[in-house]
Design a protein around this ligand. Structure first.
Ligand SMILES: [Fe+2]
Ligand SMILES: [Fe+2]
Length: 205
């Protein structure tokens, strides 16, 4: 593990611990044991942050964006402050993509170089077999399994962080749940926005 990952891992742990929430040490062990390798996993194979530690970096980017968004929204709508707790923003943004901790396996792949010659390059295979449970819902379940004392509102924000991209359009109940979640919980919209800012702006190449 290189220095950069170590420093980002420390920041991730400090942010989580700053919430004072019960179960953080258990969750940290869970994210880094068995099939899970959250701290060294990439964020993707072919898109943003497709390198060791990329998932950790994306999670921190979403958290930084979420905390800034929280300040901005509260300045403009002070009445929303009780529903946008700092601790909830940290927990929901840092943990929104923990579902990816067990799906990427290091692999060597053949690619053509600038001269058109096939060369071996380090990459990843994607394997959903350890816990094929979807995306947002899988992250929510993993946070619970990891032993974190997490609120219903935080679970809902994690579940729906992908907005309608993570919904079967044949499912009326899923669409109604998503819309209800956004109506009831400002945290839900804030986490969706923070994830989009991280992936589409902060991690833009
Ligand atoms: Fe996601
Ligand atoms: Fe994300």
């Amino acid at each position: 593990m290189n220095y950069d990952i170590e420093s980002k891992k420390r920041e991730f742990i400090e942010l989580l611990r700053s919430t004072g929430r019960e179960g953080i040490d258990d969750l940290l062990d869970y994210l880094d044991e068995g099939h899970n390798h959250f701290f060294t996993a990439p964020a993707s194979v072919n898109h943003h942050l497709n390198h060791d530690g990329g998932l950790l970096e994306h999670s921190l980017n979403a958290c930084h964006a979420g905390l800034k968004l929280r300040e901005m929204v509260i300045a403009m709508r002070p009445d929303l402050e009780p529903q946008l707790g700092r601790d909830s923003v940290i927990i929901a943004t840092l943990l929104h993509d923990i579902c990816k901790a067990d799906i990427y396996k290091p692999a060597i792949k053949k690619r053509k170089d600038a001269m058109g010659l096939w060369v071996d390059v380090p990459s990843y295979d994607v394997d959903y077999s350890s816990f094929p449970m979807g995306h947002g819902e899988k992250s929510a379940i993993m946070a619970l399994w990891g032993g974190l004392d997490i609120t219903q509102e935080e679970l809902i924000a994690i579940r729906w962080h992908m907005t309608a991209w993570d919904v079967s359009f044949q499912s009326v109940e899923a669409m109604k749940s998503l819309n209800t979640a956004r109506d009831l919980h400002p945290l839900c919209s804030l986490v969706q926005l923070a994830d989009g800012i991280a992936a589409n702006l902060l991690e833009r190449e």
